[in-house]
Design a protein around this ligand. Structure first.
Ligand code: 3HC
Length: 294
């Protein structure tokens, strides 16, 4: 089945990016949020990025207008009725996701495919709660979606070969590097990347270096674009803690457990870049490391 219209639930950090790259690839896009403020914020980010691409000469104004024109922002999930593929990028909370799918399952056409952009929750738990577990798969994007080339295409025990083929074709149309993976918490990238970020925090707790020293060392010594603490802030400390918790529940291994410093920062509402403070303070021109008071 050819996908023409894509629904994206959530216009936050990941959702706005998924909506943008889908529209850039030529899909008609319906994007929803829980409230107007969040929707406006997400759409403003897309418009800003399109504007910047025009300024840099990477996009004609007419192309940017056409991309924006393909995106229909709405607060009403019933607008997913005509979508061929619906991707959820809402809060990483299973109950919220199950509520969402219940609503969408009732309005979406029977032949539509569903996908979750979950970072770590098992795909099968969501798939099994819908009337179409065979047409349900995982599509895991990376932040920033516009920039990171990878799309993990995840097969749960119920996902049909047809649904996998749809996921792979969608990723290829987005010009992403697609990798098929199985429904195991963290899939490939987070299985390896999350313990690494958590170990960066443990290293800070154990005094191997300061925030800046740890980040500088990993950039200069291992060629990473960001050090583990800057990357944790970038991913979102609340998101990182919640992925770690899911993986710890699944595997019962210390390497996935959220270290105390991470739990304290999350409790304080210091979520990283998105809240203006995490391991760094983002209120000035340049991020400044803030001692988390170990
Ligand atoms: N949103 C959209 N586009 C962005 C962006 C953002 N937040 N940040 C940067 N970009 C774009 C810029 O517009 C620019 O585009 P252009 O080349 O077309 O002009 C390009 O990226 C490069 O921007 P900069 O020169 O400002 O930035 P850098 O070269 O320093 O790169 C970075 C920024 C791409 C974020 C780089 O530091 C990086 O790759 N960091 C690691 C990111 C990473 O590991 N992501 C995965 C996180 S894990 C995850 O997402 C899984 C989830 O489940 C948790």
């Amino acid at each position: 089945m050819e996908i023409k219209k894509v629904g994206v639930a959530g216009c936050g950090l990941m959702g706005h990016g998924i909506a943008q790259v889908s529209a850039e690839a030529g899909y008609e896009v319906v994007v929803t949020e829980l409230n107007q403020e969040n929707l406006d914020k997400g759409i403003a980010k897309i418009e800003k990025q399109l504007g910047r691409a025009v300024e840099k000469g990477k996009l004609e104004q007419s192309e940017a207008d056409a991309i924006r024109g393909r995106i229909n922002p709405t607060l009403h999930p019933h607008e997913f009725a005509e979508c061929d593929l619906v991707i959820e990028a809402i809060t990483e909370d299973l109950e919220m996701k199950l509520d969402f799918w219940k609503q969408v399952d009732e309005v979406a056409k029977p032949e539509a495919f569903f996908a979750t952009n979950t970072s770590s929750l098992p795909v099968i738990n969501q798939a099994a709660a819908t009337s179409r577990p065979d047409r349900f798969l995982g599509l895991h994007f990376f932040n920033p979606v516009q920039r990171m080339p990878l799309l993990e295409v995840i097969q749960s025990v119920t996902t049909s070969p047809e649904a996998m083929a749809v996921g792979m074709a969608y990723g290829e149309k987005l010009n992403k590097t697609t990798v098929e993976t199985r429904d195991k918490a963290g899939f490939i990238v987070n299985r390896l990347l999350v313990p690494y970020m958590l170990d960066g925090i443990r290293g800070l707790e154990e005094g191997i270096g300061s925030i800046e020293e740890i980040d500088t060392a990993m950039k200069a010594g291992a060629g990473h674009p960001m050090g583990p603490l800057a990357l944790s802030d970038f991913v979102g400390l609340d998101t990182l803690a919640s992925i770690g918790n899911v993986m710890f529940d699944e595997f019962r291994e210390r390497r996935f457990a959220a270290p105390p410093t991470l739990r304290k920062l999350v409790a304080a509402g210091f979520y990283g870049v998105k809240s203006g403070r995490g391991f760094y303070d983002y209120s000035g021109e340049k991020p400044v490391p803030v001692n988390p008071g170990l």
